[in-house]
Design a protein around this ligand. Structure first.
Ligand SMILES: Nc1ncnc2c1ncn2[C@@H]1O[C@H](COP(=O)(O)OP(=O)(O)OP(=O)(O)O)[C@@H](O)[C@H]1O
Length: 280
């Protein structure tokens, strides 16, 4: 297990997670999802969390977002203690695996929704929404409804809806996992280009090690449940990056191998005779 990385020299801490434990109580009793998680993310860092299925990656995001109350531990986001009673921090945005688009509203109305909720006048919100759709690569579909868009386009609209609110911290939970490989590669590259412009703090959950290496400044691996931080590695690849070419880079391949070596024992569940892949 390598030492936790907690600093980009000089940068301010955006997210501080200390001693985070979460138990869930269900019909079968109490289940510890994560245990004693410590993680520090600096402003402007792009950090991915990878780990076996069920190790508690989404749980961490929900807790950081202030959508659930932790059983133990503290989380600070942008200098404020996360408290479920106060609700999500206004500077925190989310993009989840499933689109959170309202089916009865058009793409532009969906993007404008959050802005309207925050008090932006209708005309201004619509204008900004159209600009954001343009920025995420949606052309000519502003007035289409979600069911008229492909999965990749709906994802772009969801990202536009989040980014339009100018979050300082963006929490992304497997946002591209439902997309085909080609669309996914294009979306990852576009996300990176957008992020290069604003450099929000991002915590990105994924099962895909290549995606994690390509996008991130750091990749955190987790043990299988109850999940805790196993390794925390800095990605030694400069920016700006072109993900469509990066996969042939030696540093990329080496990092991928290191992460797989970290995770192999966590995702291989011994069967009667053979090891069986159980995630990642
Ligand atoms: N609301 C809940 N109630 C009860 N158990 C839950 C709840 N949410 C998550 N869990 C359990 O906690 C554990 C961690 O779940 P979580 O979704 O955080 O893991 P994950 O690493 O994101 O999984 P995956 O990679 O499959 O998406 C799992 O065993 C899950 O079944």
């Amino acid at each position: 297990m390598n030492a936790p990385i907690s600093s980009t020299t000089g940068a301010t801490t955006a997210i501080e997670i200390a001693g985070l434990t979460q138990t869930y109580t269900g019909k079968t009793g109490t289940h510890t999802a994560i245990k004693d998680v410590h993680l520090s993310v600096k402003e402007g860092e792009f950090v991915s969390i990878v780990g076996p299925s069920g190790c508690g990656k989404s749980t961490i995001l929900y807790l950081v977002a202030g959508l659930r109350e932790p059983t133990e531990g503290q989380i600070t986001v942008l200098g404020t203690d996360v408290d479920v009673r106060k609700g999500p921090h206004p500077d925190v945005g989310f993009v989840f695996q499933r689109d959170a688009l309202l089916p009865w509203k058009t793409a532009v109305q969906n993007v404008a929704l959050g802005l309207r909720y925050r008090g932006t006048p209708k005309g201004d919100a619509t204008l900004q929404a159209r600009e954001w759709l343009e920025r995420v690569g949606i052309h000519g579909f502003d007035d289409s409804y979600p069911h008229q868009l492909s999965g990749g386009m709906r994802k772009r609209v969801s990202i536009a809806a989040s980014l339009a609110l100018k979050p300082k911290v963006l929490l992304m939970d497997e946002p591209f996992s439902a997309l085909d490989a080609q669309t996914r590669n294009l979306m990852e590259n576009d996300l990176l280009n957008l992020w290069e412009e604003d450099r929000q703090t991002v915590v990105f959950v994924t099962h895909d090690l290549e995606e994690a290496v390509g996008l991130s400044d750091r990749v955190v691996t987790m043990t299988r449940g109850p999940g805790t931080v196993l390794t925390d590695r800095r990605v030694p690849i400069s920016r700006p990056r072109n993900l469509l070419e990066l996969r042939f880079d030696d540093a990329f391949t080496q990092m991928h191998e290191e992460l797989w070596s970290d995770l192999r024992d966590q995702v291989m569940v011994p069967g009667p005779t053979l090891g069986r892949a159980a995630g990642a």
